[in-house]
Design a protein around this ligand. Structure first.
Ligand code: NAG
Ligand code: NAG
Ligand code: NAG
Ligand code: NAG
Ligand code: NAG
Ligand code: NAG
Ligand code: NAG
Ligand code: NAG
Ligand code: NAG
Length: 300
């Protein structure tokens, strides 16, 4: 999970809900076990140990193998696209420790943690194979209470553009962020990422499924996202990533000259309990108090 649930006295906070077979990682596959001190087990441990340094030294994505025949282990590690090498190292290390603690002798396992890092290992190659489950969705319990017509239009356009840019990435990085103006409403922000071993089509499909899942579970919420083994989808009302000009898209629709009458749009007090792992300087909690009077125009 990339949002840690904390029991704080917040008015509103994020909830994690399962939208698939399993609500949250790690997932230990029931496709076979190895015994302690077996060659496969030793290979797994060696391989996992090498992932933090190799992933952080290779721009946040690394796939590798070790061993021969039935003792061969395949592994993949990926960090969120804006992670620094130090942050990536620490995220992958944490994910691996969680994985080994939860799946001590499984031949295949998968996990994500904290501020998004994915680790997957198996006794067979899974590179380039799209997996949609397990998945989990998170959303901010705050509701957008205004007329959603304009918001939805801008949101959908942002999502489409970020999705297009992320899936059009390279074989080493499929990642994009984007922001959009909703008249004088605070900007909306989105981040999407696929493991770059996916084809453009599979990446697009994975993100689309996630956006659809989000809309069907959490439409009208003030932020949220969906995480799957091969892709991450997230949006929010504040910038939760580090912007890099080469991976971002910006949508700023020009204001319509013939605006309908002004409407009062009030977003409630909301306390976001966001993002585990603040070692890299992330935001552990953030209070937004937004009371805005806006003129909502019909943008096309
Ligand atoms: C593997 O071990 C787990 C316990 O660690 C057990 O629940 C599971 O049934 C085993 N799976 C197989 C395929 O032997
Ligand atoms: C695994 O190997 C270690 C060191 O070689 C040994 O101390 C331990 O008893 C072994 N465990 C099993 C279950 O064989
Ligand atoms: C991965 O990291 C290990 C040390 O952690 C290093 O020995 C190995 O050469 C690296 N592999 C690659 C392919 O970079
Ligand atoms: C990662 O996977 C690609 C595609 O299968 C392969 O060409 C490459 O050699 C792999 N990298 C390592 C270090 O095994
Ligand atoms: C890796 O993570 C474990 C457990 O989370 C921690 O004890 C260890 O110090 C970490 N290692 C490094 C090099 O950060
Ligand atoms: C948001 O709306 C849902 C459904 O209408 C309602 O159950 C929930 O209590 C609302 N949340 C807040 C914080 O008002
Ligand atoms: C996709 O990426 C290629 C190469 O980076 C670029 O030339 C092209 O314009 C991009 N297409 C879209 C729709 O972003
Ligand atoms: C921005 O992204 C590009 C392409 O992925 C990368 O080469 C560059 O190092 C990034 N810049 C920063 C400051 O992270
Ligand atoms: C919502 O706003 C749009 C344009 O901003 C308008 O056409 C529509 O009638 C409004 N709907 C409601 C229920 O107020």
């Amino acid at each position: 999970m990339w949002v840690k649930l904390k029991a704080v006295s917040s008015i509103l906070s994020y909830l994690v809900i399962g939208i698939g077979l399993v609500a949250a990682a790690p997932r230990c596959y029931d496709t076979g076990n190895f015994t302690t001190n077996s060659t496969y087990g030793n290979n797994r441990d060696l391989l996992l140990d090498s992932l933090p340094s190799n992933a952080s030294a290779n721009g946040g994505f690394f796939n590798t193998t070790i061993g021969q025949g039935s003792d061969k282990v395949y592994a993949l590690a990926m960090c969120k696209g804006d992670s620094t090498p130090e942050r990536c190292f620490s995220l992958v290390n944490d994910t691996i420790h969680e994985l080994m603690a939860n799946c001590p002798n499984q031949k295949e396992a998968y996990s994500w943690t904290g501020d998004f890092s994915v680790v997957h290992y198996a006794d067979h190659s899974f590179l380039g194979t799209l997996e949609l489950e397990p998945s989990s969705a998170v959303y901010n319990t705050g509701n957008i209470t205004s007329n959603l017509t304009e918001f939805d239009t801008v949101w959908e356009s942002l999502i489409k553009n970020v999705m297009r840019k992320a899936s059009n990435g390279s074989s080493s990085l499929k990642y994009a962020t984007g922001e959009a103006d909703v008249t004088v409403f605070p900007k909306i922000y989105s981040l999407m990422q696929c493991t770059p071993d996916l084809s453009k089509q599979d990446c697009d499909y994975c993100l689309r499924q996630s956006a659809d899942s989000y809309v069907s579970c959490c439409h009208r919420k003030q932020g949220g996202g969906v995480e799957r083994p091969n892709c991450l989808f997230r949006w929010d009302l504040y910038p939760f990533y580090t912007v890099n000009a080469s991976t971002t898209v910006s949508l700023s629709p020009p204001p319509s000259p013939s605006s309908p009458p002004p409407q009062l749009l009030v977003l409630c007090h909301s306390t976001y309990n966001v993002l585990a792992g603040t070692k890299g300087g992330g935001i552990s909690s953030r209070t937004l108090v937004i009371i805005v009077v806006v003129e909502i125009c019909s943008c096309t």
